[in-house]
Design a binder for this molecule. Structure first.
Ligand code: FPP
Length: 238
């Protein structure tokens, strides 16, 4: 079965550029092309939610020109991509800390969200200035401020990703085997797929490889295999 929610750590842009003696930003620009192709592929495959990690809370520590380049890339993507996303029936959500972004960029994010708010074919979450720990902490702080009890349900509701079900499949490109502060709470039962491809080289075939691998996994949620086997007329079906 196709995963309903796919989340991706788009890693490897810098290495892609360095291998070609290009500045790292050229890799991020190529990464944008790869993201466009991936959105198209998810639309074609009937994926309901795509979540991508575009800028982490920790990415502020990168060289200043790379940080400002990524801000500009997002700002220019808003102008360029929103018309096509609108046509494709995609709804945009920006997930992350808005404080710290420029007023202009914040306004741009709000406008893009508003412009696509009536769409429902694909929900596209762009995690920007996002960290899984930030999300858990801000959810707990908001519950505490309201004097509400902290439970799994109330925390989930207060989180920045509460508008979508948890990811079924998390893909990380670039060959590293870690989550790097991405969707820490929501990853509890996600299937993980690690690809050696650098993000700009990630294509439909690699997405299909990840989906095929996902369909082979048995998701037990703490149960045994026997408990999961379908039952027909009181008898287990082989
Ligand atoms: C990680 O690769 C990638 C990022 C920090 C940025 C991801 C951005 C894009 C894919 C472009 C789309 C952007 C927006 C704003 C929507 P890396 O730079 O850490 O690569 P490396 O590990 O090879 O150095």
């Amino acid at each position: 079965m196709t995963p309903q929610h796919i989340a991706i750590v788009m890693d490897g842009n810098g290495r892609w550029a360095t291998k070609r003696f290009l500045p790292r930003l050229a890799g991020h620009r190529q990464g944008m092309e790869s993201l466009r192709r991936c959105i198209r592929a998810c639309l074609d495959r009937g994926v309901a939610v795509l979540t991508v990690f575009a800028f982490s809370s920790e990415n502020w520590n990168r060289p200043a020109d790379e940080v400002s380049g990524l801000m500009e890339l997002l700002a220019s993507a808003l102008g360029k991509e929103v018309p096509q996303l609108l046509k494709d029936g995609a709804r945009l959500h920006f997930v992350g800390e808005r404080a710290g972004l420029s007023d202009k960029l914040r306004k741009g994010l709000e406008q893009a969200e508003l412009a696509t708010a009536a769409n429902s074919r694909l929900i596209l979450n762009v995690c920007f200035n996002y960290g899984g720990r930030w999300d858990i902490a801000q959810a707990a702080a908001s519950l505490a401020a309201q004097g509400r009890a902290i439970t799994e349900v109330s925390l989930h509701q207060a989180m920045a990703m509460s508008h979508v079900p948890d990811p079924d499949l998390i893909i990380r490109t670039g060959g590293e085997l870690r989550l790097s502060n991405f969707l820490l709470w929501q990853a509890a039962y996600a299937e993980l797929f690690f690809s050696d491809k650098l993000w700009p080289d990630f294509d439909e075939a690699e997405l299909d490889r990840a989906i095929a691998e996902f369909t082979r996994r048995e998701r037990r949620y703490g149960k045994t295999s026997d408990q999961l086997a379908p039952v027909a007329n009181g008898q287990k079906v082989a």
